[in-house]
Design a binder for this molecule. Sequence first.
Ligand SMILES: CC(C)(COP(=O)(O)OP(=O)(O)OC[C@H]1O[C@@H](n2cnc3c(N)ncnc32)[C@H](O)[C@@H]1OP(=O)(O)O)[C@@H](O)C(=O)NCCC(=O)NCCS
Length: 288
Amino acid sequence: MYSDKLFDSIAEGGDFQAFGSADDLRAYIGWYHRDVDPAFGCPITRVFADHRLDDDQARDWLLQQVQQLAPTLGNDADLMVDPCYPSIARAWLDAGFRISSVMLVGRTELALQRLMQHKNPTPDLTHLGLTMRQAQPEDVDELVELRRVVFAAEPEWCWFGAGPGALEHFRERFLNAPADRGGVTEVIMDGDRIVGTCDADWSVNPMWGSLGGFGLIFRRSIRGQGVAKTAYRRMLQNLVDHDIPLFRGSTAQPAVMGLAALMERRLSGWTLRRDEYFEAGHWGQLNP
Ligand SMILES: CC(C)(COP(=O)(O)OP(=O)(O)OC[C@H]1O[C@@H](n2cnc3c(N)ncnc32)[C@H](O)[C@@H]1OP(=O)(O)O)[C@@H](O)C(=O)NCCC(=O)NCCS
């Protein structure tokens, strides 16, 4: 089913090259272009590639393909490389791509345990004069505006987040959650003003099983005071309560990566783009 969808997308505009034979596929690389990506709301060129891990010839073929393909790709190229393939990731970096975010996966119960053990965050934010409550449909305009303001000012954390397409996608999913997803969104209130939000959602992933994910967006006025730690405590508890064993998400945020290390989250992918937001030093141990 997946490969059919993929080949439909390639047929609309893209390419696919394989190494080996039809019944002995050893490596492949492909790309397809979409004028409007449904989640990002803007043009995107997705690149995907793989090779047999124990096959040096296949890896070398793929490295060559990366060198040939990379110069033909523009700023809308977006790809994820699995940490099993550091030489492929390095080939993309040598060809002018940059790490735009890292995908981190964690075990929900262990992460909560480690968070409590290392940081023991407060269960709420009353000590900061802030309150937290479940988001309501009537919060939608303020939530859209929060995303727009934060990501317009700081696109390095989410390059597409302030675009009209992405904001519309958020609005639609917030008001009409897809039937195959569960989730909780909370808002952080300073008086009657929303100054931040965090959400946990979960669904069944064909590869990972029940899988959760988080979102955190705070106005600058409440950052650096431990609010993320409290938000993680509450969201992780939500996933534990719903028996979701794993959670995964992409980030470039130092605070999120720092907490992820404490929670024993592991790298599960590098997102690579031509964005020039971060130098290699930003990623520390997570570099390929
Ligand atoms: C990412 C974000 C939610 C972090 O929130 P925050 O309230 O500033 O984070 P906290 O103060 O709770 O910090 C949590 C921990 O992260 C670590 N940390 C914070 N800033 C850090 C930094 N710049 N570098 C390394 N570690 C850092 C610290 O360990 C800190 O714990 P400590 O205070 O006990 O030392 C917030 O900055 C934000 O909303 N940013 C913009 C939106 C965004 O990027 N969202 C996407 C996130 S994937």
